[in-house]
Structure formats: structure tokens, C-alpha cells
Write a protein that binds this ligand. Structure first.
Ligand SMILES: [Zn+2]
Length: 165
């Protein structure tokens, strides 16, 4: 598999996780971790609504599901949405060298941290990922704001670290 085929496959696996979370009434963000050759090693999706754990973001759950490993520095992490500060930090901590992002139109995470740590960031700008998040945010704005730490009644001010378009 060529690198771009691996990235596409990993993003498709992450998207299936996002759709699974949505079907459970959860936040539709999914993640997948795979080898550079395209073998999936772990999957995960946001579990905040399902479990009440505010740190259970898709990427964090996926990395947790991967368990103890010594090959983080060789893996590819895919997420349907630009990884937030916590998830970008987790990827940097584990020295994951490639992060594939479905979209960053509905939320801008800390891609700058990833890039600053030497991580290769590939934004796929996938319309399926954009549509999933846009539909969810429109339907459940309060649930989404809770996910990214926007205080209640913050009005229309753009929260730090997000860049709605
Ligand atoms: Zn996150």
C-alpha cells in the first residue's frame, strides 16, 4: 500500500467509528491507529456522552485501546476531526510521526503543536467528515460546546482554539 492509500484506509476506518458513535447517541468523532503498511492496530471513538468521561476523545480512546506498545514512533494516527490540545499532546507524547485529519473546517485543533514536534500532518478535507460534524453541531450545539470546553452562554464569540468557517 502506498502512503496515501494507507491514509485513506485509516480515515475510512476512523469515519466508521464516528458513525458508530453517532448511532449510540454520542459525539461523531472517530479515530484509527495503523502501521505504515496499513494494518489497523486500534480503533476508537468519542465516548464522552456514552461513559461520562470528559477526556474520552476519539484519539485518546484509540491510543488507550492500543495498549502498551513500543512502536508508536512508526504508526499513523487518523482522526475524522482536527485533534484538540489534549489529543495532539497525547500524539506528541508518544511520538506518533504521521497524523491524518479528516477535516479542520468545523474545528481547528492544535495541528501547530503536532507540526512543531516534527509530526507530518495530512489534512484530507473529506466532505463526509465535514458533513457529519456540521449536521451534529447544528442539531446539538450545547453538546458540542461542552466537548471543546466552551462555557455556557459564551454567545457567538469564537472560542480559543476553534475556527468555525
Ligand atoms: Zn481531543
Amino acid at each position: 500500500m502506498k502512503p496515501h492509500e494507507v491514509y485513506r484506509m485509516a480515515l475510512d476506518a476512523a469515519l466508521a467509528q464516528a458513525e458508530k458513535s453517532l448511532s449510540e447517541g454520542g459525539i461523531p468523532i472517530g479515530s484509527a491507529l495503523c502501521t505504515a503498511e496499513g494494518v489497523i492496530v486500534a480503533l476508537g471513538h468519542n465516548l464522552r456522552v456514552q461513559t461520562g468521561d470528559p477526556t474520552a476523545h476519539a484519539e485518546t480512546v484509540c491510543i488507550r485501546n492500543a495498549g502498551r506498545r513500543r512502536d508508536w514512533h512508526t504508526l499513523v494516527l487518523a482522526s475524522t476531526l482536527s485533534p484538540c490540545a489534549m489529543c495532539s499532546g497525547t500524539a506528541v507524547l508518544h511520538r506518533i510521526p504521521v497524523v491524518v485529519i479528516g477535516e479542520h473546517r468545523t474545528f481547528q485543533g492544535r495541528e501547530d503543536w503536532l507540526a512543531g514536534a516534527g509530526c507530518r500532518v495530512h489534512v484530507m478535507d473529506d466532505p463526509r467528515c465535514v458533513g457529519l460534524m456540521r449536521g451534529f453541531i447544528k442539531k446539538h450545539p450545547e453538546l458540542w460546546n461542552e466537548d471543546i470546553g466552551v462555557p455556557p452562554r459564551a454567545g457567538k464569540r469564537t472560542p480559543r482554539g476553534s475556527r468555525p468557517r
